[in-house]
Design a protein around this ligand. Structure first.
Ligand SMILES: Cc1cc2nc3c(=O)[nH]c(=O)nc-3n(C[C@H](O)[C@H](O)[C@H](O)COP(=O)(O)O)c2cc1C
Length: 149
């Protein structure tokens, strides 16, 4: 069974998830944008990022180094921005062909529940499993426990 964790991370929480899953034998691919999708400052990142996520923008991303079609199971990691996927995740999802694959979303957020986001995502991907993590960099043990399968 070939498993891929493909993810976006702006501030490192997704990278921590990647390191946990790498130890479990997952192959890892990080989504990189061509330009910064949102400003660096916390204040402006929230305003601009919140807006862009709300209107569903999808910034240009670099070509993927893996072929996701070769994997049986795909874990997709995304930060939550304004109760939605971070915008680079929108770009990724446009490229992925998920039909017939076992899909799990690993969502990391400040709240760790992101109920609004989970609801929206379940509507779009009714078959997918969702794992919600609260700031994995800060709560490493909790993240490791939720990813212990
Ligand atoms: C623009 C923006 C919007 C956010 N919106 C939410 C939100 O609606 N709910 C939430 O719980 N956390 C929210 N967060 C917090 C991030 O989801 C959280 O810090 C996440 O762990 C970041 O992942 P990363 O470090 O891999 O980029 C937001 C962060 C940003 C930058």
């Amino acid at each position: 069974m070939k498993r891929l964790f493909i993810y976006y991370s702006r501030t490192g929480n997704g990278d921590l998830v990647a390191s946990i899953l790498k130890e479990k034998g997952f192959e890892i691919e990080k989504v990189e944008t061509i330009k910064n999708p949102i400003p660096k400052s916390f204040f402006f990142s929230m305003i601009v990022g919140g807006f862009k996520a709300t209107v569903g923008m999808s910034p240009k991303i670099k070509e993927l180094a893996v072929n996701p079609e070769l994997y049986d199971e795909i874990y997709i990691g995304s930060p939550i921005w304004n109760a939605r996927f971070a915008t680079p995740t929108n770009s990724l999802l446009k490229e992925l062909k998920l039909e017939g694959k076992k899909v799990t979303f690993v969502l990391y957020s400040g709240s760790g529940t992101s109920k609004g986001a989970s609801k929206k995502i379940s509507k779009l991907y009714p078959e997918a499993r969702i794992i919600n993590l609260k700031e994995p960099l800060k709560y490493k043990e909790e993240a490791a426990n939720k990813l212990s399968f």
